[in-house]
Design a protein around this ligand. Sequence first.
Ligand code: FAD
Length: 393
Amino acid sequence: MINKKILIVGGGPAGLMAADFASRSGVEVTLADSMPTFGRKFLMAGKSGLNLTMHEDDVTFQTRIIHNNNTIEKALEEFGPNEVIEWAKSLGIKTFVGSTGRVFPTEMKASPLLRNWISRLDELGVTRQNRWKLKSISNKVATFETPQGLLNKSADGIVLALGGASWPKLGSNGDWKSLFDPAELESFQASNCSFMVKWSIKMSKYFGQPLKSIKLSAGSQSSRGEIIISQKGIEGGGIYSLSAQLKKGEDLILDLLPDWDNDKILKLLTMPWGKSSSSNVLRKRLKLEPIKQAILREFAMDVFKEPALLTKSIKSLKIPLNGTGPIQTAISTSGGVKMGSIDENFMLRGRPGVFCAGEMLDWDAPTGGYLITTCLATGRMAGKRALQFVSYC
Ligand SMILES: Cc1cc2nc3c(=O)[nH]c(=O)nc-3n(C[C@H](O)[C@H](O)[C@H](O)COP(=O)(O)OP(=O)(O)OC[C@H]3O[C@@H](n4cnc5c(N)ncnc54)[C@H](O)[C@@H]3O)c2cc1C
C-alpha cells in the first residue's frame, strides 16, 4: 500500500496502539500530539502501579465495560486480557497477577514499557510529531497549531485518540470537543473519581491519612481497597471502583471491621464498660484505630451508648456524599463522542475515513486495568479499520 497515508492524533495508549497496528502494512503513518512527549497520562497511571488489565475470562471482562452498543465488545474479543499480556511481553515487559487478579508489569511502572513501545514505532517507520495541536479537520485535511504556526496535513485515513477530560495538564483536556457537532457528543462526567463529604472540623487532623482494612459497598458492588480522607471528601482506589454505582445515587456504606462478625463485636461491646471511655473500649476491645473511631463519631455519635446500634454502625456506616469531586482529578471520564456517532468500524458516521478510539469515546469502566485494556483494544481496532479503509480508497 505505497503512497497511502494514515494520520493518528493523540499519543496515549489508544493512539500508540493504532500506530503500532497501522504501521505494519507499508503505509505512511504519522502520530501527532499536542504535548511535548507522548503518553503523559499513561506515565501518571504508572506512578501508582500500572494496572494493565484484569486476569479474568473475556466474557466476564467485557461485562465490566459500560457502553450502549457492542462495538467495543468486538474490539475486546480480538484484544482482551491475554492479548494485553502478550503485547507487553512483545515489548520486553514481564507481567504478574496480583492477589485481586489485577495484572501489573513486574517493575510496576509505565516508563520502561512506553520507552520500548516508542522505539518499536520508530523501527516501524512511524513519523512522530509533538507540539502539534489539532484545531480542525475538513475533507481529511487536519489543521494543527504548531510552534511554527498553522500547518495542514492531509491523509487518506485519520484516527483520533484524543483522550478524556481529566488531568488536563497532561494533555487530556477535552478541548477537542470543538472539532465536533454538539449532537455527536455526550457531556463529560468524572469517573473513577473522588467524592465530596462535608466533614466537621474534628476530622481535619485526619486529612491526607488513609483508612485501611475496610470494606466499601455501593449497591451490589463492594471493594476492599483503601481510601484517603481529604479536606474535601474521600479519594483513593477503594472509592474509585464504586464510582459508577455512587453516581447512580447508591449509598456508600463502610464496614470498619470487615473481618469481624456482628456477634463478636456485639459481645465485646455489651460487656460492662466500667469507667472506660468509649475511645478506650473501641481501641482495646475492637482494635479500632483513631481514624476509624473518628469517622464513626462523625456519623454515628448518637448511637455510642447502644451496643447493638453501635455494632450496626461499625459494620455498615453510611457516609453521606455531596456529589463527585472535580473532574480534573478523576482517573477517567465518561462522555465524549457518542457510541452512536461511530459505526461498527469506529468510523465517524458523518466523516468517512475519520475514526475514533480510546477514552474520547463515551464508555465507562471501573479501575482494575479495564480502562487501559479498552483503550488498547479500541485503538488497535481503529488502526486496523483505518488501514482497511485506505486500502480501498
Ligand atoms: C492517576 C491515574 C492513574 C491511572 N491508573 C490506571 C491504571 O492503573 N489502569 C488503567 O487501566 N487505567 C488507569 N488510568 C486511566 C488511563 O491512564 C487512561 O484511561 C488512558 O490513558 C486513556 O488513554 P487514551 O489513549 O484514550 O487517552 P490519553 O492517554 O488521555 O491520551 C490522549 C492524548 O491526546 C492528546 N491530545 C488531546 N487533545 C489533542 C489535540 N487537540 N491535538 C493533539 N493531541 C491532543 C493528549 O495530549 C494525550 O497525549 C489512570 C489515570 C490516572 C490519571
